[in-house]
Structures are given as structure tokens and as C-alpha cells.
Design a binder for this molecule. Structure first.
Ligand SMILES: *Cc1c(COP(=O)(O)O)cnc(C)c1O
Length: 420
């Protein structure tokens, strides 16, 4: 089995004795390490590293990153409000959203940076704030993602102003006397440094068309492996490749462009595990499957069901003295009455199931799902089947766990419903 466990089995058993399951546990040390890497990302003429709030938006995590000096990328007006509410300086927040918040004017007046992701958004911003500076998101025409639906660049993506419509964007800017000072191209570039180079080059080619742009934001998408068969982005190599392209751009055009990056996944994915309990086991005969049922599922981790993402997982025996080296092939399924609630899809064909190899387990043992720091707690099918949102813990550097989000109560689940 894996030897690079973020949290030791002994600690996991300890947690199961004090808390109800399922529970997310995030390792502070892992968070600090990844933050440090991103803050030290190679750059030629300055860097603003942002954390993409949507990856996990729990206050304790945002505050930790704020203290370390990261800025923030918000995906909705609500994320902006959430961040401001817990004390993050508005000037550190950039909004890149599919939906314009109704209170955009108020948020911008507070100091947030607005990034227009469509011609309509640019026009709307121009009406509210003529004679000002603005950032725009461009879809440069290439994308990177393991399935079409996970693509955030290229023709299958609706994010950003399509590259051929730059003249229209300029026209709108002129109409409202907007100065386009920042460009943004988040396409989720992935693990391959060559793709990052290509995106940096393409994006800088676009910068040429905007003489007033001083900052280029290349978005997030630095890859973290969610299971053994995925590759990680080498931050040093990728960063240096990008840096060279910025230096060349200066040598050729005399413009020192500042870099922004805004990872979500890379900063948090590895830090989290989900501790679940095996609540039942069954099989469907010799030509069927062997199922492990857990007291969690799409209510805490929807990525496998949503786009076939496979997270590595392992068994921790409840009884630590039980010696057992047998393994079994199993499909892990969640607790919702919903066929899509599976944790082990076939990565290459998300419609299909793919058994994983696990240590032989009994009802009452624990199934640990790894790399759940990003897009799990923030992306859950909250309250489906009326399961409460799970508790979240931070395993601090001093070895102690701290509750950073309590389990939801039944009163909270139904609090806004009319009872009479
Ligand atoms: C989601 C998102 C990110 C973060 O993407 P990761 O793949 O988690 O690194 C960055 N920028 C924008 C605009 C996003 O929407």
C-alpha cells in the first residue's frame, strides 16, 4: 500500500474515537508547504499568487493563506462576500465569475478587482465604472483537462472572451474609456510544462495587442495527482519555463510583465483526507462486483461521480492488533440512494465501474479517501438524502486537531423551511 500517508493510521484511529464520521482532516504542514512553493513561484518581474477560494472555502483555510500572504481568486460575488466577512482585505480579492453579482458596484467600491469574462460583463462594468482600469479574461483557444467537461479553455469552454473577439472587447473599452491593464487566461494547463509554455507564449502574444497591460494572470490548473496513475506539475520547472518566456518578451518588446497565478487544487488537494466508516458489504455474484458501502459518498466527495475522477483510498482496520495482509478488489459506493454515488469509476470511461485493490475489510473498519482537500467539502451534494454537512478538522503542526467546521445539525438543515 502507499507509504506517503499524510496522516498516520494511529492518528486516524484516535480521531475516530473522538469524532463522528465521516470527517475531513486537513494537515496544516502540507498546506504550509504547498503555500510556500506557490509564494516562491519563479517569476521575472513580480508575482501575485492567489488562492482560488472555490477549491475549499472554509474560513480557517482562507485565514491561514491570508496570513501567509496569498491573495484570492473568487468565483462568485458570494465568495467575495465570504472572504470579506472573515476579514480579508478587498484589494486582495479578484472576482472572475460566470455570473455577475447584483451588488458588483458595491463590491468594486469596497476595493475588489473585477475580471470581465465576457463581452457582456465588460460592457456592464463599463456602464458602472467608466474611465477606470479593468482586467479581462481571454479564452486563448486551447485547453487542457482530462475530459471535455473539465476543460476551461478551447472551443468547448464558455469561460472567457473568445480570442477572435478581442477587437470587440477593445471597442467596448473605448466606448467607456476603460483601460485594460490586466489579462487573464485560466485554461487549467495541467502537469505538462510544455503546455504551460505554450499558454504563456500565446497569452503574451495577446498582451502585445494591449499596450496598457502590466499584469498577466495565467490562472490555476497546476496538477496534483489524485491517485497513483496521475502526474504532478513540477512547480520549479514549470515556473522557470514560464519565467524565460516573460524575459524573452521583455527582451523583444521592452515590457516587464508581472505574473499572477491562482491555483486551487495545488494549494489544498493533497492536504486532506476523508475518514469514512464501512457500513455494509455485499456482492452481486461471481460475474458481478464486490461492494464496500461507506457512510459518505457524493455528500462529501462528488468528483468521482461528476467527472470520473479517481481518488486513491485505503483501509484502516478498526482493531489495530488485527493482522491481516489479505486484499480484495472492490467497488466503493456511497450512502445515498442514487446510482451515481460511487467512488471508484473507471477513469478512462466514467460511465463504468473499476474495482480497486484494498486491504480486506470488515463492516466497522475505515475507508480513507485521499487528496480531498480541493473540490470536496466545497463541492458536496450538501444535504442530499438529508445527510448533514460533515465536520472538518485541521491537524495542526503541534499534533493537535482543531475543529474548523462543526457538523451541521438537523435544525440547520431545515432552518429556512416554512413549517406552518
Ligand atoms: C477554478 C479556478 C482556478 C483554480 O483552478 P485549479 O485547477 O484548482 O488550480 C483558478 N482561476 C479561476 C478563474 C478558476 O475558475
Amino acid at each position: 500500500m502507499k507509504n506517503s500517508k499524510i496522516i498516520k493510521d494511529k492518528k486516524i484511529r484516535e480521531i475516530t474515537r473522538s469524532f463522528d464520521l465521516p470527517i475531513y482532516v486537513y494537515d496544516e504542514n502540507t498546506l504550509l508547504k504547498s503555500a510556500k512553493q506557490i509564494i516562491n513561484f519563479p517569476n521575472a518581474y513580480g508575482l501575485t499568487p492567489r488562492y482560488a477560494i472555490k477549491a475549499i472555502s472554509t474560513a480557517a483555510i482562507l485565514k491561514l493563506f491570508d496570513k501567509l500572504g496569498l491573495h484570492f481568486d473568487a468565483s462568485s460575488g458570494y465568495e467575495v462576500e465570504r472572504a470579506i466577512m472573515i476579514g480579508i482585505t478587498p484589494e486582495k480579492i479578484q472576482l472572475t465569475a460566470q455570473e455577475l453579482p447584483n451588488n458588483l458596484q458595491e463590491l468594486v467600491n469596497k476595493g475588489i478587482i473585477f475580471n470581465a469574462t465576457s463581452l457582456f460583463q465588460l460592457e456592464s462594468y463599463g456602464k458602472l465604472f467608466p474611465n477606470s482600469n479593468v482586467s479581462i479574461r481571454i479564452n486563448p483557444g486551447i485547453g487542457s483537462g482530462h475530459v471535455k467537461r473539465a476543460n476551461v479553455g478551447g472551443p468547448s469552454s464558455s469561460f472567457g472572451i473568445w480570442k477572435d473577439y478581442i477587437p470587440q472587447a477593445k471597442q467596448i473599452a473605448k466606448k467607456y474609456n476603460l483601460k485594460i491593464t490586466k489579462l487573464h487566461t485560466h485554461i487549467g494547463s495541467g502537469a505538462d510544462p510544455n503546455v504551460w509554455e505554450k499558454v504563456a507564449q500565446l497569452s503574451l502574444n495577446t498582451v502585445k495587442l494591449f499596450p496598457e497591460v502590466h499584469t498577466l494572470n495565467l490562472g490555476g490548473g497546476f496538477k496534483v495527482p489524485h491517485s497513483d496513475h496521475e502526474e504532478a506539475t513540477d512547480i520549479e520547472n514549470t515556473g522557470n519555463a514560464i519565467k524565460n518566456i516573460f524575459v524573452n518578451f521583455f527582451n523583444n518588446f521592452g515590457r516587464k510583465i508581472k505574473l499572477e497565478i491562482e491555483p486551487g487544487n495545488y494549494l489544498v488537494a493533497k492536504s486532506g483526507i476523508l475518514i469514512t466508516k464501512i457500513i455494509d458489504k455485499c456482492d452481486t455474484g461471481k460475474d458481478g462486483y464486490n461492494f464496500i458501502k461507506i457512510n459518505s459518498g457524493i455528500t462529501e466527495i462528488t468528483r468521482p461521480a461528476l467527472y470520473g475522477s479517481v481518488h486513491s483510498m485505503y483501509i484502516v482496520k478498526k482493531n489495530e492488533t488485527e493482522i491481516n495482509n489479505d486484499t480484495e478488489k472492490a467497488i466503493a459506493v456511497g450512502h445515498c440512494c442514487e446510482t451515481g454515488d460511487i467512488l471508484t469509476p473507471d477513469n478512462n470511461n466514467p460511465e463504468e465501474l473499476k474495482p480497486v485493490n484494498l486491504k480486506k475489510s470488515k463492516i466497522g473498519d475505515y475507508l480513507i479517501v485521499e487528496n480531498v482537500g480541493a473540490y470536496c467539502s466545497s463541492m458536496s451534494f450538501a444535504n442530499y438524502n438529508s445527510f448533514p454537512k460533515a465536520e472538518e478538522l485541521l491537524l495542526q503542526n503541534n499534533g493537535k486537531v482543531k475543529i474548523i467546521r462543526k457538523r451541521q445539525t438537523m435544525e440547520q438543515i431545515i432552518q429556512n423551511e416554512e413549517m406552518n
